[in-house]
Design a protein around this ligand. Structure first.
Ligand code: NAP
Length: 433
């Protein structure tokens, strides 16, 4: 198992020497209970980071060959006796089988590395459960967000952060130091009650992308249905024309730019709403409603998904001989940068307006009284652009700028005026004066 990468210590000797704080931890003996995938990767990484490693297994003879020769593989009780810091690389279901070791583990630090298979699977976290089984030990939760693979390939190839929590500061410090020597970045997550949160992290798949992805899918579904009615259903019902061949390609290709365009405007809409909120309440210190807060935090992902849809549309249009694809092309590559992204929104809107102006008044373009999809997509971008223009009116812009600099409507602050004699007198004034 140890690959070329594993043979290299993550912190070179020079690094360790230059940081004297790290050397005491590096020489420490660290124990591991369990001989599975995680235990093997952890043992190897610990050995190459300069630790003495002792592995406790139910069957040491069988698994000794799987560990680096520098690691000692022995019986569980024996390993527990030899060290004060022990990683429990065993599944929660098997914790109770370790109870025979209660006496020998008393007073030691147990590092719970376990994960669950479901979010909030148990009432109490695995770490708290372990602590309840071994009340004489100090349990530290940590390393569960690091996979065996990351331990093998080194932190530069995956998540570098090791989230740690424990009720005992000293135990937390020791484990954080071990993580640091191994090349990881320890993150203090507070007391052991945070263990549940830490255990749920690996089960949450790209949490920041969930809402934007659902938003994109929802928009796609709406526009696809809309375009399907106009491009396929309407000709079939009214003119008995079979246009079902358009379903997989043309309808998709006319849907993608609609989604991209609306998503791009949704990047700017929360900013507009936030500005309106601040203007309305005359302060920047009032919390935004949760939904707006969430929306503001997801703007980057929404923008990137908009770019993805636009890029997909470009690929579709380039690869397939589509007569009408050019209509929907968006200048979207610039959305990474806020101002350029907004320019892209304005240019796309101008493009859509010039392209569709005459058609918007053509009766034939209305299928089942439904306007062309580009007309529909204009709604949100136009609202955003008009709102932005409104916020740039000098009187509004100035008020907004003052609010963002800390001024508050109707709030008076006390300050002291120097008097003619050099003494200070107390006065009241609005903070914007
Ligand atoms: P694994 O390969 O199945 O190893 C589990 C080990 O537990 C076994 O090798 C066994 O070692 C030991 N064990 C002790 N008592 C046991 C019992 N009564 N029944 C069965 N096994 C017993 O699992 P793993 O992937 O190494 O995971 C171990 C822990 O690390 C889990 O809590 C997991 O959630 C956590 N974790 C794993 C990863 C990963 O990438 N694999 C990542 C983060 C966290 P002996 O037979 O030598 O006693």
């Amino acid at each position: 198992m140890p690959g070329g990468d594993m043979a290299k210590p993550l912190l070179g000797r020079r690094n360790m020497e230059s940081n004297p704080d790290l050397t005491p931890a590096a020489g420490r003996t660290v124990g591991i209970l369990g001989s599975g995938d995680f235990a093997r990767s952890l043992a190897t990484r610990l050995v190459y980071s300069g630790f003495q490693v002792v592995v406790g297994s139910r069957n040491p003879k069988r698994c000794a060959g799987l560990f680096p020769s520098a690691a000692e593989v022995t019986a569980q009780a024996d390993a527990a006796k030899k060290t004060d810091v022990i990683f429990v690389a065993v599944f929660r279901e098997h914790y109770s089988t370790l109870c025979d070791l209660t006496d020998v583990l008393a007073g030691k630090i147990l590092v719970d590395v376990s994960n669950n298979t479901e979010i909030n699977h148990h009432k109490e976290s695995n770490a708290e459960y372990l602590a309840s089984l071994f009340p004489a030990c100090t349990v530290v939760k940590g390393f569960n967000v690091i996979s065996a693979w990351t331990l093998q390939s080194g932190p530069r190839d995956g998540n570098k952060q090791v989230l740690i929590c424990c009720d005992n500061q000293e135990a937390k410090r020791i484990v954080a130091e071990i993580a640091q020597v191994m090349g990881f970045t320890p993150v203090d997550m507070g007391s052991l009650s945070s263990a549940c949160e830490i255990e749920n992290i690996p089960l949450r798949l790209l949490p920041a992308w969930k809402i934007p992805v659902f938003l994109a899918l929802g928009l796609f579904l709406c526009f696809y249905t809309y375009n399907f009615i106009r491009q396929v259903l309407h000709p079939y019902i009214r003119e008995q024309k079979n246009r079902f061949y358009k379903i997989p390609v043309e309808v998709v290709n006319s849907t993608l730019p609609c989604v991209a365009y609306v998503m791009l405007s949704l990047v700017y809409l929360p900013g507009v709403l936030a500005a309106s909120f601040q203007l309305h309440y005359g302060t920047k210190y009032r919390r935004f409603p949760d939904w707006l807060d969430q929306w503001l935090q997801h703007r980057k992902q929404i923008g990137l998904l908009s770019f993805f849809c636009a890029a997909l549309h470009a690929v579709y249009s380039l690869c397939l001989p589509m007569r009408r694809s050019h209509r929907y092309q968006l200048i979207n590559a610039a959305i990474k940068q806020s101002t350029l992204g907004f320019i892209a929104l304005v240019v796309s809107t101008l493009h859509t307006l010039t392209f569709g102006w005459t058609r918007a008044f053509d009766e034939n373009q209305y299928k089942f009284y439904l306007p062309p999809s580009y007309t529909l997509t204009l709604l949100v971008p136009c609202t955003v652009i008009l709102a932005k223009i409104f916020f740039h009116l000098p009187c509004i812009h100035q008020r907004l700028r003052r609010i963002r600099n800390g001024w508050e409507k109707g709030r008076y602050v006390k300050f002291t005026l120097p008097s003619a004699t050099g003494e200070y007198s107390s006065g009241e004034s609005s903070s914007n004066v």
